[in-house]
Design a protein. Structure first.
Ligand SMILES: Cc1ncc(C[n+]2csc(CCOP(=O)(O)OP(=O)(O)O)c2C)c(N)n1
Ligand SMILES: Cc1ncc(C[n+]2csc(CCOP(=O)(O)OP(=O)(O)O)c2C)c(N)n1
Ligand SMILES: [Mg+2]
Ligand SMILES: [Mg+2]
Lengths: 325, 351, 351, 325
């Protein structure tokens, strides 16, 4: 069945609600409105108000109450309407959800999924586009997933709901409806922590996640056409845990790497991956690893975002630099 | 058990425009100014929606139906006073002196370059509830500085569920800050109705639990809004501390241009509220006082439309700030990393 | 204006132990159990402070003076009920069944390994106010599951200033959650007195603004606490929703072993509250009923001391969990990065 | 005058309150109690309750009201009692304080200093020891300062109060009273964004900040004595802006680098600095850069923290590895 990412996510949630009555959905406008992006469309009608419910406008309470529900034995899937508002629930996320297992020495787990849209390129108001995933590298105890297509989104969301620990599931707004893909009707899972080589190559490793995977692939295609370069494109799928083995294997093969993300440069995934490459395969490295990222300023207003989000041209130039003799 | 005792909403004009309460002492000019602001708000709001449909404006939330509340919460303020609001209080910013072209410019999706700081309006707040703490902080600062300055913080009914709103109420009380916290209860937070936002009978009742006097006001009655706000602003200026005001009103339109209210809202409810239209109500009163009539009203509307169309042209003629400005806006003093990134951005501007 | 009407604190025994209110129907054994728990709390609290002074325990906050509130808020609970508290409610955890040695073990600065999940007590919360949302979430889950389970969330007066506390109160009301939110108002948040925490006359008054019935209770009166809590717990179990309870009590000791209250607090205030000692008050009542006397009381105290000393020995004999456990506690399913770091840590264990 | 860091900070605050009546101090227990670590001792008595005041227990309001006060024209110095509680004010910090200038296109600035204690080695309760600075690499608009000694603490705090933008000033608890140092009585400033070479060397660059500077110096001394290694120790002082020039100059000289911090490894300063070295002086690099950091789990209970915080031994071993032929 050909589905958009919104439809694939909706199917995934429906299947989880069907197979496991511990699963509950909560968030702002997810009920009759079906979510501002329609990801939860029809689910309240199908499963009732006690399984799928709207909440007051309180991000901290959405996460804080979910922690309580998760400890009780439910499997809450909470929606934060836009990732920029995760900051309002930061303490519940980072000091509570992410540490319940740790604090209780495993007496209590916190199986909780937090879904939230983010990402540039769609002219949203302030704080609707910001990429916040990098923050969570420094907050242990929470996994972070960022699907790049409908198929992955469905399988990764099922795996996130299965996971015994909290999972932050970040959905790139630009991918919601931008394309359809063949998505199996039945439930399937894609393991968290495993990257996906979406284009094989031998000359350079191009590492990305979320919407940037597509920009990266365009750049790879362009370079192949223009100069026959063989670019390997890796879709991380999950940034924590990070699939270091896949990164190292690729860079050991290619000797060159470019990392792409929309999030600011400082301390982002690009930094961590460069450090891993440095530690684990420095001697295979033929050129400095390049980072193509957002700038170290807040995500700008719609009128300026095209100059902030990495472009095919910026990625191609980075590829050219690492490929130059 | 502790229970909150509750008056009916304060009203000066009933929905038919009949006087049912103490009419504030306002000159004819002032009354007409309020009327004009209300029409300006509605006309501008509809204009921006039209522009948005043509791809000439970004996402926008209409304030139709809330003109009395939005105008009334700002009208009693003086130039030195401050205003901190959400995106729904456009009209309040106009009353406070933000020029039409500047406001329209921001809806082109560019930043508020040449933002009119002298109007003492904080930039429109997107993070719900957040600005209420800024309002309290501004008021605390005014009190510390010993300035005769009052601050108004405004938000919606949904915002009252945020921790920040409640912390703001608590701090306003603790520091006896010269602030008026206004909740525009328009019945809905996108698709979530007021009764699902809180089990409290009224949001005004929130005040007592924080030691902040509060008042429930008919938000579609400009005269009630005006006098309730003047009382609260005067109290604050006199050092008597904060007030919480719940303005009962209704969001006639969609939440924003991205929203479809038919998914969650009964059209009958909308119709019922249209009957309480704040502009029609005030017009009836003004007509009674011989201050306006259909002819003069439509002349005023035409004039407002011309004014707004001129402002749109002016705004669309304004040059968009150069993209590299994002680096100037981020830090007062740039540092090497920022300058390198500025160079990169500029490099990619030159195509 | 909206005003909160306010009863005097609910009392069963006055400070002299005279009956001034409806005595809850409790068996002699049950009354003595409450008395014993109160003494156990005080004895244990003093013991941990002694251990801390000898470097045998980590930072600790005494609950002396709050025994009635801490015991009373937990005593009406059933085994399937849940408890989410701050660090100040040690006694409540004992009442709920946390074994003495386990509790003492945690004050050795190790994690609560073998944490007794079956007692349905969440780990003691350090981030002020946070646990109130967990209590509401547990209660929402119980309601969704259709279980006859009640949850008690407890915090201090300072916690009521946190956004999370107020969001918890709001959600409890919105979802009619089977939860009782208890504020132990002990007059101080470290050095900040109650009146600087909020301009509200009482913290119980907070409830009305969120549609949550609330009650002001003499927190040094174990019988008042017990019956107020039983009423609230019964209401919740019967599906009638949440209750907010403000327990008026006093922190007789320092905030923690790291605090010096002479810097900010008038000793006279402490003396005045010592006169309202919850244990003495209850003892007077029990003596009147012939259930205890000085001899039986001191015998009980000696027995409690022996019990606690034995528990200390047991706790100190427990092996500390291996440091590498931090990796097992962080994630249910370890992954390569974590395993590498475990190897590093283990490498440095072998010296 | 010989001062502890607590005394130096207290002097700095007193001097700021004296010279600029726009400066106000707010926080929990900073008034009569003088702060839980006595950093604000006597200041309320000296400057009155309107300049130095206790607040209710609301971290979000402490930052949110400070934003309002800063816009009004005051210079708030807010204390968050322990850095682990910054998460409760994260939205006000990251989406408000850090963006007021950006949002208003410089019409409004937000000159605000947030002081907060943190750091391991002192057996505090949960969330009192956590190093959170790395999170702020991904949240543009806010500067981050971490002094390593009383002299720097006084000069950097004065510079932070002068700064027109928000500054997060993190004070390592272990350094508060652990040693005294000669500190001038008068006011002086140390520029933000400039690192300090605290030990010159030619064989390897050892980069640290906060309390880790002292552990690093011990390791450097040990290696010098044991094998005559010449270790250059760099105290970053400020992690944002980061003094890249100082790092690059040192690594170009030594060809080797070890970075130390207590914060978790993933996406921390070590990652960013490794990426910078990779980008700017890969060809001078003789060995992979080493990171000696906290582990990617929450900061543990007191009984386990000695195994979490980097030790002289762990640093020495890393130095040995990068120095090995
Ligand atoms: C913190 C936060 N959460 C969610 C949103 C998304 N959102 C934008 S407007 C809105 C509803 C606001 O309702 P209300 O406060 O009643 O204001 P109104 O739109 O009715 O004027 C929501 C949930 C947001 N902007 N900020
Ligand atoms: C969010 C947060 N802020 C600050 C602190 C530091 N702190 C620990 S206890 C305390 C006072 C708590 O007062 P209250 O809520 O009245 O509880 P009590 O200690 O009186 O029982 C503070 C400020 C904390 N632990 N958590
Ligand atoms: Mg609303
Ligand atoms: Mg207290």
């Amino acid at each position: 069945m050909q589905s958009t990412m919104v439809e694939a996510l909706n199917q995934a949630l429906e299947l989880e609600l069907q197979r496991d009555k511990r699963v509950v959905l909560l968030g702002q406008d997810i009920g009759p409105n079906g979510g501002v992006f329609r990801v939860t469309e029809h689910l309240q009608k199908k499963f009732g108000e006690s399984r799928v419910f709207d909440t007051p406008l309180s991000e901290s309470a959405i996460i804080g109450s979910s922690v309580g529900m998760a400890v009780y034995g439910l499997r809450p899937v909470a929606e934060i309407q836009f990732a920029g508002f995760l900051f309002l629930s930061m303490s519940q996320l980072v000091t509570q959800a992410a540490r319940m297992r740790f604090r209780s020495a495993c007496a209590f787990g916190c199986p909780l999924v937090i879904r939230s849209p983010f990402g540039g390129g769609v002219r949203t108001p302030e704080l609707h586009s910001d990429s916040v995933e990098g923050v969570f590298l420094q907050t242990p105890g929470i996994k972070v997933v960022l699907p790049s297509n409908p198929y992955d989104a469905k399988g990764l969301l099922a795996a996130a709901v299965d996971d015994p620990d909290p999972v932050l599931f970040l959905e790139h707004i630009k991918l919601y409806r931008s394309f359809r893909q063949d998505v199996p009707e039945e439930r399937y899972t894609i393991p968290l922590g495993k990257a996906n080589v979406v284009r094989e190559g031998t000359d350079v490793s191009l590492i990305a996640y979320g919407a940037m995977v597509h920009t990266a692939q365009e750049a790879a295609k362009k370079l192949h056409e223009q100069r026959g370069a063989s670019v390997e494109v890796i879709d991380l799928r999950t940034i924590w845990p990070l699939d270091e083995a896949a990164i190292v294997a690729s860079v050991e093969k290619t000797g060159r790497a470019v990392i792409v993300h929309e999030a600011p440069r400082a301390g982002g995934l690009g930094a961590e991956i460069t450090a891993i490459i440095n530690e684990r395969c420095l001697y295979s490295l033929l050129k400095p690893v390049e980072r193509v990222t957002g700038y170290d300023v807040p995500f700008p207003v719609p009128g300026h975002e095209d100059h902030y989000v990495p472009t095919v041209r910026r990625i191609s130039d980075a590829l050219e630099r690492v490929l130059a003799e | 058990m502790i229970t909150a005792t509750q008056d009916a909403p304060f009203q000066v004009l009933d929905p038919e425009g009949q006087v049912v309460g103490p009419v504030p002492a306002l000159s004819d000019d002032r009354l007409l100014a309020l009327f004009r602001w209300m029409w300006q708000a509605r006309t501008l709001s509809n204009k921006i929606i039209a522009l948005q449909r043509q791809g000439r404006a970004t996402t926008f939330g209409s304030l139709v139906g809330q003109e009395a509340a939005a105008v009334g919460l700002a009208a009693p303020l003086q130039p030195q006073d401050w205003l901190a609001t959400s995106y729904r209080e456009l009209a309040s910013h106009l009353v406070k002196g933000v020029p039409l072209p500047t406001m329209l410019f921001s809806f082109r999706g560019s930043s508020r370059d040449h933002y009119p700081a002298e109007t003492h309006c904080l930039p429109i707040q997107i993070v719900i509830g957040t600005q209420m703490l800024h309002a309290v902080g501004l008021a605390m600062a005014a009190k510390i500085a010993g300035d005769p300055v009052v601050v108004v913080g405004a938000c919606g009914d949904g915002a009252t569920s945020e921790g920040d709103f409640n912390e703001a109420l608590n701090w306003a009380g603790v520091y006896k800050a010269p602030v008026v916290l206004v909740v525009q209860n328009n019945g809905w937070a996108i698709s979530v109705p007021r009764h699902k936002q809180s089990a409290a009978q009224t949001l005004a009742a929130r005040g007592a639990g924080f030691g902040v006097p509060s008042r429930l006001v008919d938000g579609n009655d400009i005269l009630a809004m005006y006098s309730a706000m003047s009382d609260a602003v005067d109290r604050a200026r006199a050092g008597e501390g904060p007030t919480l005001i719940e303005a009962l009103t209704y969001r006639i339109g969609a939440h924003t241009t991205a929203d479809d209210p038919t998914r969650y809202r009964d059209p009958a409810e909308v119709e019922a509220w249209k009957a309480k239209d704040p502009i029609a109500r005030f017009k009836h009163y003004l007509v009674g006082r011989g201050l306006t009539d259909d002819a003069r009203e439509s002349a005023m509307i035409t004039q407002l439309e011309d004014e707004i169309n001129a402002a749109v042209e002016e705004a669309e003629a304004m040059p968009l700030p150069s993209p590299e400005k994002i680096f100037d806006w981020a830090y007062a003093n740039p540092f090497p990393r920022i300058e390198e990134q500025r160079a990169t951005l500029k490099h990619y501007l030159t195509e």
